[in-house]
Design a binder for this molecule. Structure first.
Ligand code: 5GP
Length: 185
């Protein structure tokens, strides 16, 4: 039996989602984070089992065949999926946060109608572009691709339960904490 609730977060690359979610988890130590499986290589600061389970395409395919994912999405470059067993384990202990893109979020919404879906918006497209450029490690081609993807992602906000704007990290964290507290009643 699940004890916890499922909170699903989506938001375009560059919107500051990881920073915001880190703030939420620091304020609410009882929340756990659903660690996704991915076939993309780890970034320098990422740890296996903490940020992602870094697996091969073969392992990913084998998990699809075993029905081991709640949802998964095959991007152009990499596959991402939510492993069901670790999710159920965490849900048995309490509330769980998922950080997934809109296609996966829609599947979760259909499979788990009780899940709460939250979309994190940038203040504007101009600000998002400025933030993407500010990272400095992204080529013009990458920026154009990410902006195109962000436009598509932002069109999906209409079917989320809540939309929060990340104008300021602290305010955004507080808004999300209020949503989580409200949903717990
Ligand atoms: P990144 O590679 O930058 O960590 O993540 C790229 C995108 O994949 C983000 O939008 C993130 O929310 C999404 N993502 C991460 N894990 C999952 C997952 O398990 N399922 C789906 N559908 N998307 C995911």
């Amino acid at each position: 039996m699940s004890k916890g609730r499922l909170f699903v977060f989506s938001g375009a690359s560059g919107v500051g989602k990881s920073t915001v979610l880190r703030g939420v988890m620091e304020a609410r130590k009882d929340l756990s984070f659903s660690v996704s499986a991915t076939t993309r290589p780890p970034r320098p600061d990422e740890k296996h089992g903490v940020h992602y389970f870094f697996i091969t395409e073969e392992e990913f395919r084998e998990m699809i065949d075993r029905d081991a994912f709640l949802e998964y999405d095959l991007h152009a470059k990499a596959c991402y999926g939510t492993p069901l067993d670790q999710l159920e384990e965490k849900l048995a202990r309490g509330d769980v946060i998922l950080d997934i893109e809109p296609k996966g979020a829609k599947i979760v919404r259909d499979k788990r109608p009780d899940a709460t879906l939250v979309f994190i918006m940038p203040p504007s497209m101009e600000e998002l572009e400025r933030r993407l450029r500010g990272r400095g490690d992204t080529s013009e081609e990458q920026i154009a691709l990410r902006l195109e993807r962000a436009r598509w992602e932002m069109e999906q906000q209409s079917w989320y339960d809540y939309v929060v704007v990340n104008n300021d990290v602290e305010t955004c964290v507080q808004e999300i904490l209020n949503i989580i507290a409200g949903e717990a009643n």
